[in-house]
Design a binder for this molecule. Structure first.
Ligand code: NAG
Ligand code: NAG
Length: 407
């Protein structure tokens, strides 16, 4: 507890020191994920973790709605029938009442983030995180989210945060996050509560920030902290594109339907979104956009009604600028599913990751291990085969093209 109370951010448990061996790291993280496994030996490390919720992240809706509302439609929503309250944590009535409140202060900025290189960074990596998820930020910084040169291109990084919803922890976090920001200069913190249904606010504020403080960037990757990103592949892909043209690439979900089942966490009443199909949107995990598209989206999103599901909201902004998002096979935002036809195959084989761009839903230890395996000089994959046909992965991602609302 002292670690946190005193705000000594650099005093990490040994598993986060640069020099740790892989096994040490794995042990450390393993212990956090599965506390029952190694109870005694590492007990001195446990205290700091206790303050962190095991998974502060709310699971994302995989095939969920997008929304786009016209001004007129909005106006009549409130007076008509507000949807009855459901078991879901989401209160539509209060959301609709407050939806015009969409400008929040930036509490921690990195105004010089994109001024370090003369022509601006080639790629800005923007990662959604929550204040409590300190360990995930740390792992991302030390693996795929490193700043510096990749294939000769300058990479910069920011984390996107709101204020923690647990107010009792706020005072402590405030000190910590300021320390963290001073140490790494990669924290953007806005003054709205960091909840799942406020991720749309994060989207809007980030785009506005990028347009103001990072207009000289060439491309942006925006994603979650629980993904593995092959930045080399992304840079290679982007080098063949023009940042002054529109580009929006990811795991695009077409024809998803709003969930009308009241009990669902992702229930969206017709009063909120009347159409039966959402516009195409990028699934959680991550997507790429060009500088030009970033600027257009930051303007367009200002004119779109707030919608509680951020992926869908961005899809509505894309629709507004008439930009068709591009589906890329390298984005596995549903994670990789073990092929049922070949259960002996290791999905953790780095060769399967070699040709991908983004893989979703990795544990902290897995991100670290995969990054190290991929960068091991001993890695040799017999190319080609794996590249084109990553075996017969059970195509879970196919659900994206169908209408099934729940994962
Ligand atoms: C908020 O944090 C405090 C201090 O750790 C804890 O006791 C409390 O249970 C937390 N509240 C919620 C709602 O998680
Ligand atoms: C979003 O953040 C605002 C400002 O902190 C807060 O008042 C509101 O309750 C949050 N909304 C949701 C849906 O969490």
């Amino acid at each position: 507890n002292d670690l946190w109370k005193n705000g000594i951010v650099h005093n990490f448990p040994p598993c986060f020191s640069q020099s740790s061996a892989i096994s040490e790291m794995a042990k450390c993280v393993w212990q956090r994920d599965k506390p029952s496994v190694t109870p005694k030996i590492l007990s001195d490390l446990r205290a700091p973790w206790k303050l962190m919720p095991a998974e502060a992240k709310v699971p994302r809706p995989q095939v969920t709605p997008i929304i786009r509302r016209t001004e007129e439609a909005n106006k009549k929503v409130q007076p008509t029938t507000p949807p009855p309250l459901t078991d879901s944590a989401f209160n539509f009535k209060s959301y609709l009442l407050n939806k015009d409140n969409r400008n929040f202060n930036l509490l921690i900025n990195q105004p010089k983030k994109c001024r370090k290189t003369p022509g601006g960074p080639f790629l800005l990596i923007a990662i959604k995180s929550v204040v409590e998820d300190f360990d995930r930020r740390e792992i991302v910084r030390k693996t795929w989210g490193r700043e510096g040169l990749v294939n000769g291109e300058q990479i910069q990084r920011v984390f996107l945060l709101g204020t923690p919803k647990n107010r009792t922890l706020l005072a402590t976090w405030e000190t910590l996050i300021h320390q963290e920001s001073q140490t790494y200069r990669d924290i953007l913190l806005w003054d709205f509560m960091d909840t799942f249904f406020n991720l749309t606010l994060k989207e809007i504020h980030f785009l506005n920030w990028a347009a103001e403080f990072c207009h000289n960037v060439k491309f942006i990757f925006k994603g979650d902290a629980d993904v593995f990103v092959n930045v080399e592949n992304i840079v290679d892909f982007l080098e063949r594109h023009d940042p002054t043209e529109d580009l929006f690439v990811g795991d695009i979900i077409y024809n998803a339907r709003p969930i009308r089942v009241r009990k669902s966490k992702y229930y969206i009443p017709e009063t909120m979104y009347g159409l039966s199909i959402y516009p195409a949107y990028a699934g959680g995990g991550g997507f790429l956009l060009s500088s030009r598209t970033m600027r257009k989206l930051s303007r367009a999103c200002r004119e779109v009604e707030l919608f509680p599901i951020d992926d869908v909201f961005l899809g509505m902004c894309l629709q507004r600028i008439n930009l068709k998002p591009i589906l890329h096979e390298g984005f596995k935002t549903f994670g990789i599913v073990k092929p049922s036809a070949a259960p002996h195959l290791q999905t953790f084989d780095p060769c399967f990751y070699k040709d991908l761009m983004v893989v979703h839903s990795l544990k902290v230890a897995e991100i670290w291990l995969m990054w190290n395996l991929l960068h091991s000089p001993r890695l040799s994959c017999t190319q080609k085969k794996q590249v084109k046909k990553p075996f017969q992965w059970k195509k879970k991602a196919q659900t994206t093209t169908q209408a099934s609302p729940l994962r």
